[in-house]
Design a protein around this ligand. Structure first.
Ligand SMILES: *[C@@H]1O[C@H](CO)[C@@H](O)[C@H](O)[C@H]1NC(C)=O
Ligand SMILES: *[C@@H]1O[C@H](CO)[C@@H](O)[C@H](O)[C@H]1NC(C)=O
Ligand SMILES: *[C@@H]1O[C@H](CO)[C@@H](O)[C@H](O)[C@H]1NC(C)=O
Ligand SMILES: *[C@@H]1O[C@H](CO)[C@@H](O)[C@H](O)[C@H]1NC(C)=O
Ligand SMILES: CC(=O)N[C@H]1CO[C@H](CO)[C@@H](O)[C@@H]1O
Length: 409
């Protein structure tokens, strides 16, 4: 009897805790809409929206989900509007001309991958909730510089692929399909750069099939945040975003992307036939070592990959697996299950306290892609939430909660 109760308490811990809080009316939830943007066949939206609607006050964010919808609020499938990425980040503002950008805890240079929430096509089926008693602490008055307000920005990068000649080529931002020779800043693109963000910036257009008729339409990002008011029992998590292309170098004063400095964000996967690597089963394995500046307990982890990705693993210095995260490919037509697209990533929720990273530890990040075909502009990112404080053990939860769960679950 006692054992049974303990097992069911462990097995249902997360859902029970949420049910408990939701029934206790503690979790707040709100859904917002971004400003609208117009997309026609082949066109690209790449924009930053400042001062977006966002929960206010000193709170612990518990989850953040988003999707692209049309004007009527219908979810738009990825094969029509490919969600390359969306990023939500924080800044402090005194006046619109006086903004101080904040960033997550690392590791990239400058503002690169500095977001708190976001990412790409996998958004619809990727769990984002943070188990109790943890949360992303925001709106802490003690951290907001005097005279400033805490605000949030949203970056949306979406590619409309209705009527395009080569959907995969367009979402992999292949330069030949965009017919561009200069990057967004007007600098010539190097001839050996075959695809990636340098070729699919805002106002570029991916090649549309001849004769395809299709008008522009208005879209927006619909996002839902869940949170609880901050209280002394909440434990904050720090957000780290690891990049398999990070060179580890931080050249003094350089905050942008250059081959010698920091996170490159994207990389290329050569086809195994061109590299004579067919013997390894056509898997492109990219590994990187990254030194963590601070330590703590891993609460949540998830990778980000593009089409062709077969999974990613983060290892601790002694070779232990911190998390393996695998893409979920769609196999249907409906939004959230689009055939051939990555519609979700599996996540890791280690029992709080069981997976520890120490300050200065060298982690190994491994990102694997199917290299049967060449891929451009792919990514190998890993997002982890770390709590400094050791949480209480699961079975020290108050018994009232356990009995609540065994009655209602
Ligand atoms: C703005 O950001 C810079 C660099 O992050 C920091 O040194 C400075 O103190 C910040 N200013 C305020 C008012 O917070
Ligand atoms: C590609 O761009 C060039 C100018 O940059 C233009 O002359 C040419 O017509 C474009 N090709 C296509 C197929 O759009
Ligand atoms: C991590 O790697 C760096 C560079 O190789 C090395 O200097 C450092 O001592 C390593 N840290 C640990 C904890 O082994
Ligand atoms: C790799 O991709 C090819 C072509 O799409 C496919 O036939 C093959 O099954 C894939 N291999 C793996 C391991 O996913
Ligand atoms: C039993 C136990 O470990 N209780 C601790 C739970 O965590 C709080 C702080 O988060 C401590 O104050 C308790 O002692």
């Amino acid at each position: 009897m006692v054992l049974l109760l303990l097992l069911s308490t462990l097995a249902f811990d997360v859902s029970c805790t949420q049910a408990f809080l939701e029934n206790g009316n503690k979790i707040k939830s709100r859904t917002f809409r971004s400003p609208e943007f117009m997309l026609g066949p082949g066109s690209v939206e790449s924009n930053v929206y400042y001062d977006i609607d966002f929960p206010r006050g000193h709170i612990a964010l518990k989850s953040f989900n988003a999707e692209v919808v049309d004007q009527a609020g219908n979810p738009v499938p990825l094969y029509e509007t490919y969600f390359h990425h969306w990023l939500v980040g924080k800044y402090y503002e005194r006046r619109p001309s006086d903004r101080n950008f904040s960033r997550n805890s690392g590791l990239c240079q400058g503002q690169i991958l500095g977001q708190y929430f976001g990412l790409g096509s996998e958004t619809r089926k990727t769990a984002t909730h943070i188990p109790d008693p943890f949360g992303v602490e925001i709106g802490n008055p003690a951290e907001i510089p005097e005279g400033y307000q805490e605000k949030w920005y949203l970056v949306v990068h979406a590619i409309e692929t209705r009527g395009v000649e080569d959907r995969l080529g367009c979402i992999e931002c292949r330069c030949d399909l965009y017919n561009v020779t200069n990057d967004e800043d007007g600098n010539p693109i190097k001839p050996d750069y075959k695809g990636g963000l340098q070729c699919c910036y805002g106002q570029t257009r991916c090649k549309v099939s001849q004769g395809f008729q299709g008008g522009k339409r208005s879209l927006s990002l619909r996002y839902t945040a869940k949170w609880i008011d901050w209280d002394s029992s909440a434990i904050p998590v720090e957000i780290f975003m690891l990049d398999v292309t990070d060179t580890g170098k931080r050249l003094h004063g350089l905050t942008g992307i250059s081959p010698e400095n920091g996170c490159q964000v994207e990389y290329e996967v050569e086809s195994c036939s061109s590299t004579n690597a067919a013997g390894n089963g056509c898997v492109d394995i990219k590994r990187n070592s990254l030194t963590m500046p601070t330590g703590g307990y891993v609460i949540y982890a998830v990778a980000h990959q593009h089409v062709g990705g077969t999974g990613s693993t983060l290892y601790g210095q002694d070779g232990n697996i911190i998390c393996t995260s695998k893409p979920i490919y769609g196999n249907g037509n409906e939004a959230g299950n689009e055939d051939g697209y990555i519609v979700g990533m599996s996540t890791c929720y280690p029992e709080p306290g069981s997976v520890k990273i120490t300050a200065g530890e060298n982690l190994t990040l491994e990102s694997n892609y199917n290299s049967t075909n060449k891929h451009t502009g792919v990514m190998g990112l890993f997002y982890i939430y770390i709590a400094k404080q050791a949480p209480n053990m699961t079975f020290s939860h108050p018994p009232v909660q356990a009995s609540f769960c065994s009655i209602f679950s």
